[in-house]
Structures are given as structure tokens and as C-alpha cells.
Write a protein that binds this ligand. Structure first.
Ligand SMILES: *Cc1c(COP(=O)(O)O)cnc(C)c1O
Length: 361
């Protein structure tokens, strides 16, 4: 038996064991080709089939029609912070940004380097304790788009509903909650997500773009920085992150085997209820700093009465095989990143540990 920890890493993060086993099994001889998929040409028939299947699976799992282009890019979610304004803010135009956390603020900052941005809402002064009510998001109606971050990975907050933007295209960074529950993805003109939280390994970023929005993209950009280049070439203009795309395909098949987004949503809901339940049942010991109706299903943050206790919690947890619990260096505390690959049984084990730790403290 291989030793496997309960992995709460925020990203790169846990992958489903079933997926890793397939990768292992297929690594030396991919389906009789006599080589691994990462040694195959990205223009060969083996990889082409993987790429086509991955594109089809993204559409199927997210419930998107053929009007969406599915791209697999390098550069991480952070590169999209630049590419989005470069591609979609026309001369003299402004875009609106909702500032709900560290990554949302980084997206805003990058936009301000290449164009003008309007801050449609910010909870920075409230230490990013919440996401806005829909009525609090305000922007001029001639903006190029409205940008939001659906789940704030570091602070542990998440949108539970999305604004109705009418004619204004909506764009979301969904890096840390994509494919974790049902969602009307068709409300968005563009969605991007680094794979390393819910979809696969680091190195590939999923971008989906509605075709009528892409048609309005700025012309004259450097070839590789234009979304249109990648959309016109099924992400094969240059060498794509082949290993990441292959694993993402396997992860999407695994999500399907769990009953698709409805299936993983059920498990994720039970997981977050169990964990927040354990925190709320010891209010003088465990505290979640996020407003209740903004709580994330994916990143559950928590403070203990002192930093010493937090460090002891992390050290004791590690002895039980619970790893990756240290909060982001900018906020401290504890963070449980409970993406799709973390199981309900693992959360039960964690909650049992939390009860024991509280008693012994
Ligand atoms: C992790 C993360 C990013 C950064 O992703 P990279 O792939 O490292 O660039 C951006 N946004 C959100 C919401 C994230 O969780």
C-alpha cells in the first residue's frame, strides 16, 4: 500500500487517486503506442484525440454549447489577468472589476497597467470578509466587461449568486471553484481557471470564450497573446501543455463518473457543512472570519485563539497525515482547501481530529 496523506494543499492540490492510477498505468505505453502521451507529437493522432475529448468534456461537464471556444493555455490564471484587458478593452474604453480578495485585486492591478479600470465594488477595507450583495456592484453601462473572481482562494469567500449584467459581458476567474458545483456558466462571456485546484496539474489554464464576444476582441495583438490565435487552432498553434490537458481529460471523466456537477456538488455541500459545523460548534475556540452568506465551499479558513495554538494544530494534524493546512502567508491562520478530490471521509477524519484537539488544548 502506498502512503497517501489527506491533502489540503491550496494549489497545486490533491488529484483523485483513480486518476493518478490511470496516469501511472498508461505512462510507459499509452494505449499500445509504445510511448507515453508526453513523448507523443502534439500533432499526432493519439494527442489529437485527447485534445478533442478534453474540449468535448469541458463543454459537456460545464453545460456549454458549441458557441463557446474551449482553450488550453500556458501561463497560469495570472497571465489571463493581462490577456483579458489586452484582448477586450477597446481604445478609450474602461472595464469594471469587483475587488473581493488578493487574486481579484491582482487582476485589477494588471488591468490598470494596460488600460483603465473602474472599481465596481471592494471589500478591501473590511479585510475581504465578504463578497458584495448584487445591488452593491456599480459600474457605468458602457464598460467593456465586468470582471469577478468567483471564489477567493486566500480569504475563503465565494459568490453564491452572480450579478445580472444585461448587455455588459461578464468575465470570471474561476480558478478555485470551477466544476465544483452546478452553475449557469452561460451567463459568462469568458471564464478562466488555472487547472491546479479542481481540474488537474499546474501548467494548463482552461479558458472558455463565447464566440460573439471573441469576435469583438482587439486586433493587432502579438500572435500568442491573442485569444483568437488559440481559438482558431484548437490551442495547437504552438505546443500546448500536453500532460496537463491529458490529466484534465481524465479528471473530467472522473467528475462524470461521480454524476457530473450535480454529483460533486452533493459531496462538496456535505463536506463544507461538516467542516463549518465543526467550527461553529466551538465558537470560543475555532472562528471562521468570513460572513456566513459569503463562505466558500472550497477554501475554509479558520483562526484559533493564539498563533501558538494554530502552529500546534498544524503540527499535530500533520502527525495524523493531514497536510497543507497553513493559511496563506498574507492572512495567517488555518485553511482547509477542500477541492473535488478531497473526500467526505477525509473531512470526517479531520472533524474528528478537530474535536480531539479542542478537548486536549
Ligand atoms: C491560484 C489562483 C490564481 C493564480 O493561478 P496561477 O495559475 O498561479 O497564475 C488566480 N486566481 C485564483 C482565484 C486562484 O485561486
Amino acid at each position: 500500500m502506498v502512503k497517501r496523506n489527506v491533502n489540503f494543499n491550496p494549489g497545486p492540490a490533491a488529484l483523485p487517486l483513480d486518476v493518478l492510477k490511470i496516469v501511472q498505468e498508461e505512462l510507459l505505453d499509452y494505449r499500445g503506442s509504445g510511448m507515453s502521451i508526453i513523448e507523443s507529437s502534439h500533432r499526432g493522432k493519439e494527442f489529437e484525440a485527447v485534445n478533442d475529448q478534453a474540449i468535448a468534456l469541458v463543454r459537456e461537464v460545464l453545460g456549454l454549447g458549441p458557441e463557446y471556444h474551449v482553450l488550453f493555455l500556458g501561463g497560469g490564471a495570472s497571465t489571463q489577468f493581462d490577456l483579458v484587458p489586452m484582448n477586450f478593452i477597446g481604445p478609450g474604453q474602461t472595464a469594471a472589476y469587483v475587488d473581493t480578495g488578493d487574486f481579484a485585486a491582482r487582476a485589477l492591478k494588471e488591468c490598470q497597467i494596460v488600460a483603465k479600470a473602474h472599481v465596481a465594488f471592494s471589500s478591501k477595507e473590511e479585510k475581504y470578509r465578504r463578497v458584495p450583495k448584487m445591488s452593491e456592484i456599480k459600474y457605468p453601462d458602457d464598460v467593456a466587461y465586468l470582471h469577478i473572481c468567483s471564489n477567493n482562494t486566500i480569504e475563503g469567500s465565494q459568490f453564491q449568486e452572480f450579478p445580472e449584467t444585461g448587455k455588459v459581458p461578464m468575465i470570471a476567474d474561476m480558478s478555485s471553484d470551477i466544476a465544483s458545483r452546478r452553475c449557469d456558466f452561460k451567463k459568462f462571456s469568458l471564464i478562466y481557471a488555472g487547472a491546479q485546484k479542481n481540474l488537474g496539474p499546474a501548467g494548463v489554464t482552461l479558458v472558455v470564450i463565447r464566440d460573439e464576444f471573441l469576435a469583438k476582441a482587439n486586433k493587432g495583438l502579438p500572435t500568442l497573446l491573442s485569444y483568437k490565435t488559440h481559438a482558431d487552432n484548437k490551442s495547437l498553434y504552438n505546443t500546448p501543455p500536453v500532460f496537463g490537458i491529458y490529466i484534465m481529460k481524465l479528471v473530467l471523466e472522473w467528475i462524470k463518473s461521480k454524476g457530473g456537477l450535480a454529483g460533486v456538488e452533493k459531496i462538496n455541500e456535505a463536506k463544507k457543512n461538516l467542516l463549518y459545523g465543526a467550527i461553529d460548534s466551538a465558537p470560543d475556540f475555532y472562528k471562521n472570519p468570513v460572513e456566513k452568506d459569503s463562505r466558500s465551499w472550497m477554501n475554509v479558513t479558520m483562526r484559533l485563539p493564539t498563533e501558538e495554538l494554530e502552529n500546534k494544530f498544524i503540527a499535530d494534524a500533520q502527525k495524523e497525515g493531514l497536510i497543507g493546512l497553513k493559511g496563506h502567508r498574507s492572512v495567517g491562520g488555518i485553511r482547509f482547501s477542500i477541492y473535488n478530490a478531497v473526500s467526505l471521509e477525509e473531512i470526517q477524519k479531520t472533524v474528528d481530529f478537530m474535536g480531539k484537539f479542542h478537548k486536549s488544548a
